[in-house]
Design a protein around this ligand. Sequence first.
Ligand SMILES: NC(=O)c1ccc[n+]([C@@H]2O[C@H](COP(=O)([O-])OP(=O)(O)OC[C@H]3O[C@@H](n4cnc5c(N)ncnc54)[C@H](OP(=O)(O)O)[C@@H]3O)[C@@H](O)[C@H]2O)c1
Length: 257
Amino acid sequence: MVPMKNILILGGTTEARQLAAKLVRREDFAVTLSLAGRTESPVAQGVPVRVGGFGGADGLAAYLHEEHIDLLIDATHPYAARISANAAEAAERTGVPILALRRPGWEPVADDRWTLVDSVAETASALGTSPRRVFLAIGRQEAGAFEAAPQHRYLIRSVDPVEPKLAVPDALYLLARGPFPEVDERALLKKYRIDAVVSKNSGGEATYGKIAAARALGIEVIVIRRPALPKVPSAETVDALAAKVDHLFDPVAERGV
Ligand SMILES: NC(=O)c1ccc[n+]([C@@H]2O[C@H](COP(=O)([O-])OP(=O)(O)OC[C@H]3O[C@@H](n4cnc5c(N)ncnc54)[C@H](OP(=O)(O)O)[C@@H]3O)[C@@H](O)[C@H]2O)c1
C-alpha cells in the first residue's frame, strides 16, 4: 500500500479550494484545508477543514509536527502577510517542505487611472479633502480606517456585514460574494455615481471587473500595494502548483521515466 501524504493547505481563497479539490483526487494524499474563521458561512470546501488561528509560527510548527504534515501549502490571499510569514517560519523550523500559491498582481494598462498607496490608512488621505463618492472594495476588516475621512460618501461591499458600522455620516453597505463580472461592476459604479474606487491588487479574474469597469468609465482607482511576502518555492496557478506537488512526491513519474 502507498503511504499517505498529509498535506495542509492554508486557504481562504478560491484557488486554495480549487487546489484542494485537485489534490484530494489522489488517493495517496490526505488533504486538510485551514481557514482563519473570518467568514461567517464560508462556501463548502470539499475536503476536511480546520478553522481558526494556530497561535503564531510556534503554534503552526506544533500543528505540523503533531499532525505529521508532509507538505505545507500557503494558498492564502496575497494581503494575508502574517500567516504567510508564519508559514515560512514554521516550515523552516520543522523541516516540513513548503510551497506557495502566489497569484500575480494586476498591472496597469492604458487608460487606467491608478494611484498607488502603501496602506489602507494612506488611502483615506489619498482621497483628498473634497467630498467624493467612494466604492470601497477591500473587505470589511480594514474599512474602519475610512472613519479618518468622514467627508466622503461610501459604498462598502463585503461578504459579511461590517460591524460596527463606520462612524461616518454617509455610508451604504452591500453584501456580496464574488466573482464580480465587469458588466455588473460598471452598472454598480454608474448607479451610485462613484468617482473613486479603492482596491487591493488582488490579481486574478474574480475581482478584476471593478478595475476594468473603472477604466472604461474613466474613474480613479486607489490601489493599495501588496505587502512583502517571504520567498519560498511557489507557483502562480493552481495547475502549476499541483504539478509541483506531484513532482515533490513522485519525481520519477513526473519525469516520465
Ligand atoms: N487580507 C485579505 O485581503 C484577504 C482577502 C481574502 C481572503 N483572505 C483570507 O482571510 C484569511 C485571513 O486573512 P488576514 O489578512 O486577516 O490574515 P493575516 O493577517 O495574514 O493573519 C492573521 C492571523 O490569522 C490567522 N490566519 C490567517 N489565515 C489563516 C488560515 N488560512 N488558517 C488558520 N489561521 C489563519 C493566523 O492566526 P495565528 O497566528 O493564531 O495562527 C494569522 O496570524 C486568510 O486565510 C486569507 O487567505 C484575506
